[in-house]
Design a protein around this ligand. Sequence first.
Ligand SMILES: C[S@@+](CC[C@H](N)C(=O)[O-])C[C@H]1O[C@@H](n2cnc3c(N)ncnc32)[C@H](O)[C@@H]1O
Length: 257
Amino acid sequence: MGVKNRARLSYKLGYAARNPHRIVPYARRLARDAWLRARARDHVSFYRAVMRSDTARSPYGAVGAASRAHWERIGRLQFDYLTGHGLTPGDRMLEIGCGNLRAGRLFIRYLEPGHYYGVDISPDILLAAQDTIVRDGLQDRLPHLTLVRDLRLDFLPEAYFTVVHAHSVFSHSPIQVIDECLANVGRVLAPGGFFDFTFNRTEGEEHNVLREDFYYRTDTLITLAAKHGLTAHLMDDWERTGHRQSKLRVTHAHPDT
Ligand SMILES: C[S@@+](CC[C@H](N)C(=O)[O-])C[C@H]1O[C@@H](n2cnc3c(N)ncnc32)[C@H](O)[C@@H]1O
């Protein structure tokens, strides 16, 4: 949170002075990302290549977890929060950017068979998601896992999903990707349904770091949702979970739509 701009040179120099052990990994990431960006035609292809490279090293690390225990803890946090805020076993859930099912594996076990639908832009992480299904013995819960190239969601049925969830996806997305999602999610969202997503919140200037981590003001996203006939509000009690991202809940602006 706060007003700091991580893209500024002054911030980077201060951070490097405080964390000298991070300079070499950061320089490697900078070089790798420059290489991948030069070969990618758009953000999604770039981020897919980032995920390929990161997943080859560790599927846990690729979704932002420092260890298997951390991966389990953040998955549990998402699950406990959502079951405490409206998710029931009969819901039909769409998880955008499902990764290797850090929380998905808990949703899959909890929901009725066939009620979980995960989409992701990365084939590598979706293969890792299959490994999670096998490891957790979730085959008979019949989860759907689908590769996507955009967030138009046009292959999914209208007014079908009662819950849509995206954790730590828009924190890696330029505004055009978020706009595309908000322009289309209302079509697949059932009347009375909701869409929860996390984002990196800044109170200052909006910015990104290496085109991998994006920081937005809350108002920007609320205004964007309104442009597409959706109402968004900040989930205040999520802030007390200690997670460093913030969470918005989006619903149809007119409940009977
Ligand atoms: C930090 S990981 C989080 C994964 C999962 N939500 C979790 O909490 O473990 C971000 C995931 O979003 C996926 N992703 C990034 N941009 C996406 C987009 N535009 N559409 C769908 N998935 C996306 C990435 O491939 C990655 O699996």
